[in-house]
Every structure is written in C-alpha cells, then in structure tokens.
Design a protein around this ligand. Sequence first.
Ligand code: CA2
Length: 142
Amino acid sequence: MKLLILNGPNLNRLGKREPEIYGAETLDDVKVKCEKLASSFNASIDFRQSNHEGILIDWIHEAADTDIDGIVFNPGAYTHTSIALRDAIASVHVPVIEVHISNIHAREAFRHESKLAAQCIGQICGLGTFGYELAIRKFLQQ
Ligand code: CA2
C-alpha cells in the first residue's frame, strides 16, 4: 500500500501563525506523524506540498500513472476555488480523501463550499491534523 499525501498553498506556513485555528504543529511534524503511522502498517507514504495549482494537478495525474493506492489531499484555499483540481480528481481512478485541519463549515462563508468534495470518497474537517491520520487509516482499513 502506497499513499500520496498532498498539501496545497500556504500549508508550508503551518505552526508559524494562527495556532488558534491550525494548531502549533509544523507541516514537518505532520509528515513525521503520517510516516510513523503508515510504517506501523507496512505502508509507505509520499508527503508533498506545493503553492502551485498546476503542480498539484501534475502530482494527481502522476499518482494515477504510478502505483499510488490513495491520495490524502488538503487542498488549502484551492478547495473553494479550483475547478481545475476538481477535474484532475475526476480524471483519475485513484481514490481521494479531502482533509482540512480546521472546520471549514464553521468559518467564513466562502470556506463553506468545496469544489472538490463531490469528487472525493469523503471529507474530514475540523479534527486538526488527526484528520490526516484518520484518512490514512481509512485507506489502510485499520
Ligand atoms: O483547514 C484547513 O486545513 C484549510 O485547508 C487550510 C487553508 C484554508 O484556506 C482552508 O480554507 C482550510 C489555509 C492553509 C494554511 O494557511 C495558513 C495560514 C496562516 C498560518 C499558517 C497556515
């Protein structure tokens, strides 16, 4: 089992500002946590972050053309805007779980809508970075 963990724009700033919304962990902390969980189930993860929509699209296509079994995707603010990422998810057979650290439904109105969720097998939000672990567990069915 091989999973791709994708992170969108500004998530490289995690732990540096707004800890009341996103917590104190850095993205590296999240990566280490995800790697530990995956390796305890003999699975491997490829953990990536980009601030660029096209790069995220290329990585989704690449996952479909390689041996990736599932994608855990925190698309950042592209969640609320990107038809191109929606189409990228729709264009591959790899299952995707959308993850948000914060509860997007309890925040500003512009964050309530996800352009991507309907193309994903599910959405996890508001549970902090534990959401990444839950999504990994879902793919591993543990
Ligand atoms: O809650 C989430 O995980 C989000 O995907 C985070 C995005 C936001 O645009 C989404 O609506 C929900 C923001 C990415 C991180 O932005 C930071 C801002 C300040 C400090 C650190 C990160």
